[in-house]
Structures are given as structure tokens and as C-alpha cells.
Design a protein around this ligand. Structure first.
Ligand SMILES: Nc1ncnc2c1ncn2[C@@H]1O[C@H](COP(=O)(O)OP(=O)(O)O)[C@@H](O)[C@H]1O
Ligand SMILES: [Mg+2]
Length: 357
């Protein structure tokens, strides 16, 4: 699939902007603070129904305006589709796909598959476990509507459990009923995460070898307490650890503690990897993410690459450009020195909330 048109109205520093995108490399070039990332953010919002930069939707509205709107036109199997996002100052939000209102976001996420790679993505390799879970969850959510629902329901149970654990008197029976519900969700979530991580590993091994001339072997390990457990075993595990939860006044065990371990040549990259190895590992993971979505969705995801060219050396940039030349990507950059011998490219100059090409 690819996006052929993006229209912004009162979005961040864009008052009115229309842009026709090509099914190839779309390069947004400009100085800092001109509105490059805002373009990436707008497309992300049309995919996930929310921003990754803020939890407050109304921050997206241009200062002093009452609402903002993003319209997107995209092509899938030679058919045209539209998506629109609207939010006003009273936090009235509306997402429409082909003019039909989206009631539940789970019904919509995955319609426009994307892979986003920005300087903050490095947290997947060197940041907290939450960043790695988020990386996996973003993939799972784009693949499975039930995953989104199970995850939401699990998080609701966890919230209730945590509030109970803060109380002086704790009704064990009530918590165990919660555990019963949670163990069903845990089983499904762990199975799905496992499936995705196994596939990610498969693709990563190939890509990492190509990127490092066969010198580096990457290995991704899913770290969870619940691997190969059935629902009863999961419930028992949660019940057995309730005494620790009570001592800590917070749920200690659960999929909110899952993590990934990323190894290069059998050494954990977050602890022992050089800066260059961390960047290479991340590039590998993102391209593996792309391959995985492509295979499981039978559709080509859109690549959003925000300001990462300055983070990569010329060898990796060339590898990346070669990899993506036949797909649609939206790339932002302050410098275009790396653009050489690429045919399927369109350059847009970004300046103070305006574009020219
Ligand atoms: N709600 C808003 N209304 C108007 N301008 C905004 C809003 N939010 C952010 N901006 C402006 O957008 C610019 C940053 O855009 P961004 O796309 O992040 O820049 P960059 O080109 O560096 O990626 C800043 O000048 C900022 O003041
Ligand atoms: Mg930026």
C-alpha cells in the first residue's frame, strides 16, 4: 500500500498544507524546528489514532486555533481509500475511515501499517524494558485486533489489582477472581508476543548478517515468566506470588514485566555493545519489523524515518536506501548529502510550517 496525499489543517505549525506523496522515497528536508517531524507525526496518527509524542490530543491543534484535521488518501490493491482525524479544543475526537466513523480503535489499527524509526527508537536497544515491550506491542497491535482488546482488558484488571493492593484490607478471593481473568489474557498475549518475537528473530538474523558481512549474529530472546504455561498454571503462579504483591503493594508478576534480550555474538548488546553495534542492531530490528508486517499482513508497510540519517554511517545509509528503494518511505533530514544515484525520490523543502518541492 502507499499514501498518495496528505492534507493538514491547523495541525501543529501547519495552517493549511496539501502534499502529494510518491510511492518511493519522500524526503523532507529542512532546518530544525521547521515542521519535519510534524509530518511524520501526522501519518503516525492516521495509523494509530493517537500521537507518539504526546498523550494530550489537543496539543496537536495549532496554537490559537479551535480544531485540527488530518486527511489522508491511500491506495491498496489499486483501490483508493481515505482516513481522517479530527480533534477540537473540547477534546472531541473523530476518526473516519472511508467516511465511516471509527467507534473502537481496535477496529481500525492495522489498516495503515507503518514502521517508525526515529532517534528515540534507540531506547529499544538501550532503554528500559517498557520501551522494548512497546516495540513488540506496536507490531502485535497492527497484526491482531484481539491482541489490542486482550491487552486493554488485561491493563484494566491490573489497574484494579494495583488499587486493591494499596488498601489495608485485601480480599484474597476477589484478587483470585481477578487472577483468573488475567491468566486468560496473559496466555493469549504471551503466545502472540512469542510468535512475533520468533519471526522477528528469523528476519533479524538474515539482515544483521548482511549488514555486517556475516560477522555478527543477532539473537532476540523473549523474557517472560509465562512461557509454555497453560491458563491454570498462570493463575496458580499469580496466586502464589500474591504475598509478594502485598508486601510491595503493587503487582510484581505479569506481562507488564516482560522484556526482550538482544544479543550480538552471544553478548547482550544493551550492556556490552558499542554505539555502532547498538545502531546496527536497531536498524536490523526495524527492517525485520518491516519484513514481518509485510509477510503477515500481505501488504507493504510505510516506513517513517525521522532524522536518523545523521545517526548512521554511510555504509548503513547505503544499505538502508538500497533496501527501501522499491517501497514507500517518508524520510526527514537536515542534510541531503547522502542522496546520490537514487531515482525514485521526491524532495520537499520544509520551512516554518510550509512545504515546497
Ligand atoms: N500546537 C502547535 N501549534 C503551533 N506550532 C507548533 C505546535 N506544536 C509544535 N509546534 C511547532 O512546530 C515546530 C516543531 O516542528 P517539528 O516538526 O518537531 O520540527 P523539526 O523540523 O525539527 O522536525 C516548532 O517550531 C514548534 O514550535
Ligand atoms: Mg524533528
Amino acid at each position: 500500500m502507499y499514501i498518495n496525499k496528505l492534507e493538514l489543517e491547523n495541525f501543529r505549525n501547519y495552517e493549511q498544507q496539501k502534499v502529494n506523496l510518491i510511492n518511493g522515497i519522500n524526503l523532507f528536508l529542512g532546518d530544525n524546528a521547521q515542521g519535519k517531524t510534524n509530518i511524520i507525526e501526522a501519518i503516525y496518527i492516521c495509523s494509530f489514532g493517537k500521537s507518539y509524542r504526546t498523550l494530550k490530543d489537543n496539543e496537536l491543534i495549532e496554537f490559537g486555533k479551535e480544531y485540527c484535521r488530518i486527511n489522508l488518501e491511500y491506495v491498496k490493491n489499486n483501490n483508493d481509500f481515505t482516513t481522517s482525524f479530527f480533534i477540537d479544543n473540547l477534546n472531541r475526537k473523530q476518526i473516519k475511515n472511508n467516511e465511516i466513523k471509527i467507534k473502537k480503535i481496535a477496529d481500525y489499527v492495522g489498516e495503515i501499517p507503518i514502521v517508525i524509526f526515529s532517534p528515540e527508537s534507540l531506547d529499544v536497544v538501550k532503554g528500559s524494558p517498557a520501551k522494548r515491550r512497546n516495540f513488540i506491542d506496536m507490531i502485535c497491535c497492527q497484526l491482531s485486533k484481539s491482541y489490542i482488546i486482550y491487552h486493554q482488558e488485561y491493563m484494566k484488571c491490573l489497574k484494579i489489582k494495583n488499587s486493591i493492593l494499596k488498601e489495608d484490607y485485601i480480599d484474597n478471593n476477589y484478587v483470585e477472581v481477578l487472577h483468573e481473568k488475567m491468566s486468560k489474557y496473559i496466555k493469549d498475549i504471551v503466545d502472540y508476543r512469542k510468535k512475533v518475537i520468533d519471526l522477528l528473530n528469523k528476519y533479524s538474523i538474515e539482515i544483521q548478517k548482511k549488514l555486517t558481512d556475516g560477522k555478527e549474529e543477532i539473537n532476540i530472546i523473549y523474557n517472560t515468566d509465562f512461557l509454555n504455561m497453560n491458563e491454570d498454571e498462570i493463575k496458580k503462579y499469580l496466586d502464589d506470588h500474591l504475598y509478594i504483591d502485598k508486601l510491595r503493594k503493587s503487582a510484581i508478576k505479569g506481562i507488564q514485566r516482560d522484556d526482550l534480550e538482544i544479543y550480538i555474538n552471544e553478548k547482550e548488546v544493551s550492556k556490552f555493545g558499542s554505539q555502532g553495534q547498538k545502531r546496527t542492531a536497531l536498524l536490523t530490528l526495524k527492517l525485520a519489523n518491516f519484513e514481518l508486517l509485510k509477510e503477515l499482513k500481505q501488504e507493504i508497510p510505510i516506513l517513517l524515518l525521522d532524522d536518523i540519517m545523521s545517526e548512521l554511517d554511510s555504509k548503513r545509509i547505503n544499505f538502508l536506501l538500497k533496501y527501501i528503494e522499491n517501497y514507500q518511505s517518508i524520510i526527514t533530514t537536515t542534510e541531503d548529502t547522502f542522496v546520490k544515484d537514487i531515482s525514485n525520490i521526491k524532495i520537499y523543502k520544509v520551512s516554518n510550517g510550509g512545504l515546497e518541492n
